[in-house]
Design a protein around this ligand. Structure first.
Ligand SMILES: [Zn+2]
Length: 110
């Protein structure tokens, strides 16, 4: 898989984890885990090219999830069905692709 794509997926996982921890915190959990997540996040972001991080931030603000899987040729963000010829099997997950309809960053889960 494309390294940048992998970084973006990991970044989103961290953000989801962070959100969960913040919710836990409200009911009285430790701050220590959150600090670790934050540190891992800084490291990830430093490895990502600026334009991709900006895209990720913009998409997260807009939709809540910036990176979505494509399952059975369907974008799981907006449910657009991709024409088969749009992506050749070799291209799958080898480049950072965005959905032509919603603009989210895509990865192929099948
Ligand atoms: Zn889409």
């Amino acid at each position: 898989m494309n390294k940048q794509l992998l970084l973006l997926i990991s970044l989103q996982e961290l953000d989801i984890l962070k959100k969960d921890k913040k919710n836990e915190e409200e009911v009285g959990f430790e701050l220590e885990d959150l600090k670790e997540i934050e540190e891992a996040r800084v490291k990830l972001v430093s490895e990502l090219p600026d334009h991709l991080y900006r895209k990720y931030t913009r998409l997260t603000k807009r939709y809540g999830n910036a990176v979505v899987p494509v399952v059975n040729k369907i974008c799981q963000g907006c449910y657009l069905v991709f024409p088969t010829q749009m992506i050749s099997p070799e291209q799958k997950n080898e480049t950072v692709t965005t959905c032509p309809s919603c603009g989210r960053i895509l990865y192929w889960a099948d």
